[in-house]
Write a protein that binds this ligand. Sequence first.
Ligand code: ATP
Ligand code: MG
Length: 660
Amino acid sequence: MSAIESVLRENRVFSPSAEAAAGAAISGMDAYRALMAEAERDYDGFWAKLARETLAWRKPFTKVLDESDAPFFKWFEDGELNASYNCLDRHVEAGQGDRTAVIFETDDGVVTHVTYRDLLERVCRFANALKRRGVKKGDRVVIYMPMSIEGVVAMQACARIGAPHSVVFGGFSSKSLNERLVDVGAVALITADEQMRGGKALPLKRIADEALAMGGCEAVKSVIVYRRTGGNVEWDASRDLWMHEVVAQEAATCEPEWLSAEHPLFVLYTSGSTGKPKGVQHSTGGYLLWAAQTMKWTFDWKPADVFWCTADIGWITGHTYITYGPLALGATQVVFEGVPTYPDGGRFWNMIEKHKVSIFYTAPTAIRSLIKIADADEKVHPKSFDLSSLRILGTVGEPINPEAWVWYHQHVGGARCPVIDTWWQTETGGHMIAPMPGATPLVPGSCTLPLPGIMAAIVDETGQDVPNGQGGILVVKRPWPSMLRTVWGDPERFKKSYFPAELGGNLYLAGDGSVRDKETGYFTIMGRIDDVLNVSGHRLGTMEIESALVSNPIVAEAAVVGRPDDTTGEAVVAFVVLKRPRPEGEEAAKLANELRAWVGKEIGPIAKPKDIRFGDNLPKTRSGKIMRRLLRSLAKGEEITQDVSTLENPAILEQLAEVR
Ligand code: ATP
Ligand code: MG
């Protein structure tokens, strides 16, 4: 691949305040550089020290990194521990049993506080119930549940008995659920009668029944159902059990299963923005280490903080920054059942105010939609709420456009709170490239620098380093503890997808394009490699054109894809959502011309979209990511033949297919 050109210039810089730096885990850039240098000097020693300090080991490890079967790396393999013990028992044993672990708020606003002692007891009871149903170490359990305390309990209970869980997001269809049950070979399924989101009930149990009826998953012997709404469900007495009934008869203590650090903690299927989902398998020790450590480094977490990650437990972000990271440290965190727009677009701000949230972590897609709503209605604008408890803001999931970044910083963070743009993936287990709140000067739209110990780099198609300022392929040069161990049941696919021979076989291929700044070395993610456009021989990242469009005051969201073009090779096609109602006819043509000129001015004539289509929305995965592969088909005028089961809003495809 030749260079990807970086055309957008960002000159705003926000440095950490002296106050933020003073108390931070990593205070100042010298401290950051010292950690990085330590990792480079003695890689094993660097990780071993963190693993000993951060986790409680039943049996200490004697070996750190084992590269003998690369790329199937092993970390701390002869060490033994239990993730649930680390997340619960050790805090209770340290006298923290009365501390609030979870502040849970339902869709309709009911709040429950759960202490560490309560949570431990609930996890033990449920772990005992699973064991009574014959679930044992190494068995896989699929969890298909709403955002709930019970969902966290189910995951932790699996971890306690060494049964790898595979959480399937509650918005997935019966077909998607069936595929995952079959692929992972589940012996039990944990679900709920219904799920409440935005005032609407979704029949999880019914979908689960359908998924089981599709066949291939006869190994599932028990279906344990959490009663959320009391709605009607079909019942198969040979297999179905109520969660509240099975736990009622169990003891509140359960000896954790002591496991090798390499024992699989979970398998999580990637969201499928780019194709057939892969079962990403994570380890117990290395994964948990990084979940906890990144809480300290990227979020500068302190015991007084109230942490809130708005992700669903069905995604990696919910695994690492709800179920494992915060609990491993003994943090107090908010867990939310609902959606940001119900009962209105002020829900997040209202909850931050009410629960005095100090660290808030959400996705660019949520921010962009809330900007649109706040602009239209002052009552739900963040300025109408007391957000003074906030200290740190985070974002993940997609590149955040500089304009959305600046709005988040100014209106949510009151220009006080650093915006921590965290680049990482299901496969990486935890944050990889992100600023440190007390050290890194921030540049909107850039995820800045790798975390200490993470050897990220940018290379060309042959695996050679490219100079700063030149775009290329984002890779990681050394294995790190929380990396995926394999693709469940498909080691060949693991090797091919993540350590391709074309790059020499020893670089982790992330699949994203990136560029480093000439002066600072900061990373900017330019989108997925598959999404890079080639216009008249110039390789352009979709992200920059989208950012240019979104920086126009009338634009709420934009997605850019390529379409084959006789003269330029590829032409830029933009799908745009305005902050005003969708324009049609002449008005649409006029606005399209204006936006074309705007992109020409912001980036250059080469990036001007040939075709601009307006929609009420964009096709997104259920995790909120724009599905560019579908837009590519629409741009070419093709019929959609791809699997759209993970799409949040399938109806939008028809609207966007219309050629003006
Ligand atoms: P699939 O791999 O099945 O297509 P997915 O890649 O969307 O799904 P995730 O692992 O949840 O599943 O997402 C990781 C991807 O999200 C990254 O590879 C990157 O493209 C994007 N991403 C995540 N965080 C950021 C960020 N801070 N900046 C830019 N892109 C990001
Ligand atoms: Mg991916």
